[in-house]
Design a protein around this ligand. Structure first.
Ligand SMILES: [Zn+2]
Length: 221
């Protein structure tokens, strides 16, 4: 057996063990809740679009993901890449909230800021949309500052794109769209992993966000 295969089998063993232990606990503690309330139907409160990044998970923001979050994930938390899935959450499941959750240290954003022409055609296609979102030519400051601006620009662009398509629901006050940021590297100094709200229905000014009832404790500072 090759060394590669041995290493991969070790990793499979690790993952299966992790799944087994966690799932035993899950079945033991959540079986009643699942059977009695949500086994036959889903009624999530939010459609959540987040990055695939392995460091960004529901463990950062909820102990109760089941039947609360209808989650769509792709690189760079993009609207355009999975419009059908997002529409299913917003239109079919009628979630009153649509959340775009981006994060600092996003590899997809970093790629979009650099030359990515050597990537596969599939990846180029997915990164292309990010170059529109981050508006690389308008970024200012040193590399880190530009990187963080790009992450936030992308979140704001996703809110803008979705707002166009769902404007009828927004006008009927049936849908709220927000952009949020998971600060993996403590860029903003409020703690590693801190989540902040940076966009509410297109509004990004902290001075206004901090005065909106219900979200005023949750904006970025
Ligand atoms: Zn990412």
């Amino acid at each position: 057996m090759s060394q590669n295969k041995t290493n991969n089998l070790d990793k499979l063993s690790y993952v299966l063990n992790e799944i087994s232990l966690t799932n035993k606990f899950y079945v033991a503690t959540d079986q009643v809740k699942l059977q009695e309330t949500i086994a036959q139907d889903q009624t999530p409160v939010a459609t959540l679009v987040m990055c695939c990044d392995s460091r960004a998970h529901t463990t950062a923001f909820t102990a109760n993901p089941e039947n609360n979050f209808f989650i769509v994930r792709n690189i760079g938390n993009q609207y355009i890449l999975n419009q059908g899935s997002i529409e299913f959450g917003v239109i079919n499941l009628q979630t009153p909230l649509l959340i775009f959750l981006g994060h600092t240290q996003c590899g997809a954003i970093k790629s979009a800021m650099e030359d990515y022409s050597f990537q596969s055609s599939a990846l180029i296609r997915e990164i292309d949309h990010l170059t529109l979102s981050i508006r690389v030519n308008e970024l200012q400051g040193d590399t880190n500052t530009r990187y963080h601006q790009a992450v936030q620009n992308n979140i704001n662009k996703q809110v803008e794109l979705a707002s166009k398509d769902f404007h009828a629901l927004i006008n009927q006050e049936k849908l709220i769209i927000v952009g949020m940021l998971l600060d993996l590297d403590n860029t903003h100094g409020n703690g590693y992993g801190k989540i902040s709200l940076i966009n509410y229905m297109g509004e990004t000014d902290p001075n206004i966000l901090c005065n909106i009832p219900g979200i005023n404790d949750f904006f970025i500072d």
